[in-house]
Design a protein. Structure first.
Length: 482
């Protein structure tokens, strides 16, 4: 492809995406297509010969765009994948063209400097001082993995990273933790049985008495407490664990305190509900996902560390083939020395450009709008005869349930799943279901700068209609059974 072709195709792609964003509210949130149909749509052997670029683009228009989940649609209120902001989309285009690999300074010097500055902005939001550091990751999974590896290495005096796990250790967290915590405890070699998933209170925050009891029981059995994973904005309800109390327990027991703020970290930008007094800066490490509530496109997570030296201690290996002989003053920051990933995409560009284009104040206003929408739904449900909320939402996530089938738990589960299916098929909204303390809920989370209060009103009206209809259908089916 010569430069003229590239320029022409690039303009066509930008026009295509601009039209897509112009009309996104008119599109179905979820495509009305079966998995088998999609498999047939893309079933073809490996292409051996070139295809004209306009033909490839036309195929994408016909096959890809109509069959996407339109997460930028104002009715998308499901898993925490927000509407990507437009400048972030442009940033990824630039990022792919430059193809800077931040693993080594020599493959992206300006990109390294930009990511380090972006990380500095994030550490300042958390409340860390100038000794803090971190790096961007693919998301919360890799950030939580890194945080728990840092905990493992620090608490063991760096023995485990050299000798392997030879004793029994324990990691403590809430039953409302993200599954990435389970995977991380497994991946660092502790084993999933080392995770203590503790019960929560009525606001879905970890219970301190349960934590104290678990630690005491482990010590009696010769198991060493290693780490507390505090939740700063749980996926289901937005619950925030008591970080100050957890810090005191971690200090007393010689444990690392990691905070999973992948979702809730966005509240650090909130104006109406500021969260910078909640003690997040007391954590030894923090997970934050700019590709969640900072509205950056995927993928852009972050691991932030109160003491930057811990990253080097845990990952500092310098093979000869990556030694930078020109770095005589030790000024060329090598991400491969201070992080797990070797090849690293230039993730910082879209986060940097998002802050530059919109500013932290505007992003915070979008966040506040989403929280207001969740609180509006809570107020509608609070006095509703047929619905109830699990708790008042501190963030944008709210879990509500239909009480019409409460007399039969199995029927309630079936009803909520059936209504979620109908919602998906309608194309008007999309959200997930979840279970809290043995009860089924619709999990609704607006994390979208296009969502408006009117969409929340429409959603509840739709749920009222579909829940009543599903209950009537299920009652008829039950009566017809011999």
């Amino acid at each position: 492809m010569n430069n003229d072709e590239f320029r022409e195709l690039g303009h066509r792609v930008v026009d295509l995406l601009a039209e897509y964003l112009d009309d996104i509210e008119e599109k179905p949130v979820f495509p009305n297509v079966e998995p088998a149909t999609l498999a047939r749509l893309f079933a073809e052997p490996l292409p051996l010969d070139p295809t004209p670029p306009e033909t490839v683009l036309r195929e994408l228009e016909q096959k890809l765009l109509p069959n996407c989940t339109n997460v930028g649609h104002p009715g998308y209120m499901g898993l925490i994948t927000p509407s990507p902001n437009p400048i972030g989309i442009i940033a990824d285009f630039i990022c792919s063209a430059l193809n800077q690999n931040l693993g080594a300074y020599t493959i992206g010097p300006a990109a390294v400097a930009m990511e380090r500055r972006t990380v500095r902005w994030l550490t300042e939001l958390v409340g860390y001082d100038g000794n803090a550091g971190g790096h961007l990751t693919s998301g919360g999974q890799m950030a939580n993995f890194t945080g728990i590896k840092l905990a493992r290495d620090s608490v063991s005096g760096d023995r485990i990273q050299h000798d392997g796990v030879r004793e029994h250790w324990a990691v403590y967290t809430s039953e409302e933790r993200h599954v990435s915590v389970d995977k991380a405890v497994d991946a660092v070699g502790l084993g999933r049985e080392a995770l203590r998933a503790l019960p929560t209170d009525s606001e879905f925050r970890v219970r301190l008495d349960a934590l104290e009891a678990a630690i005491a029981d482990d010590r009696k059995r010769g198991i060493h407490p290693m780490c507390i994973v505090a939740i700063f904005g749980s996926t289901n309800t937005g619950a925030i664990d008591p970080l100050r109390e957890l810090r005191a327990i971690a200090d007393r027991e010689g444990m690392w305190l990691h905070a999973d703020a992948a979702y809730g970290g966005g509240m650090l930008l909130s104006h109406a509900w500021p969260m910078r007094h909640q003690g997040l800066e007391l954590a030894d490490s923090v997970t934050i996902d700019p590709h969640k509530w900072f509205y950056a496109p995927l993928d852009a997570g972050a691991i932030l560390v109160r003491d930057d030296r811990r990253l080097t201690a845990s990952f500092g290996i310098k093979p000869a083939y990556l030694t930078d002989e020109f770095d005589r003053a030790n000024e060329r920051y090598q991400y491969y020395v201070h992080s797990f990933e070797q090849s690293r995409r230039f993730r910082g560009l879209k986060v940097w450009m998002s802050f530059k284009r919109y500013g932290a104040r505007q992003i915070g206003e979008w966040i506040d709008d989403n929280v207001r929408q969740a609180k509006h739904l809570y107020s509608l449900v609070a006095n509703h005869p047929d619905f109830e909320a699990a708790c008042e939402p501190p963030l944008s996530a709210i879990c509500i349930r239909y009480r019409g089938a409460d007399h039969d738990q199995a029927q309630s589960r079936k009803l909520h799943a059936e209504v979620a299916r109908r919602v998906e098929e309608s194309g008007k909204f999309w959200f997930s279901t979840t279970e809290l303390k043995g009860k089924m809920y619709f999990r609704i989370s607006p994390v979208n700068f296009r969502t408006r209060t009117e969409h929340i009103d429409q959603l509840l009206a739709f749920l009222e209609k579909e829940c009543c209809s599903a209950l009537e259908t299920m009652s008829r089916e039950k009566q017809q059974k011999p």
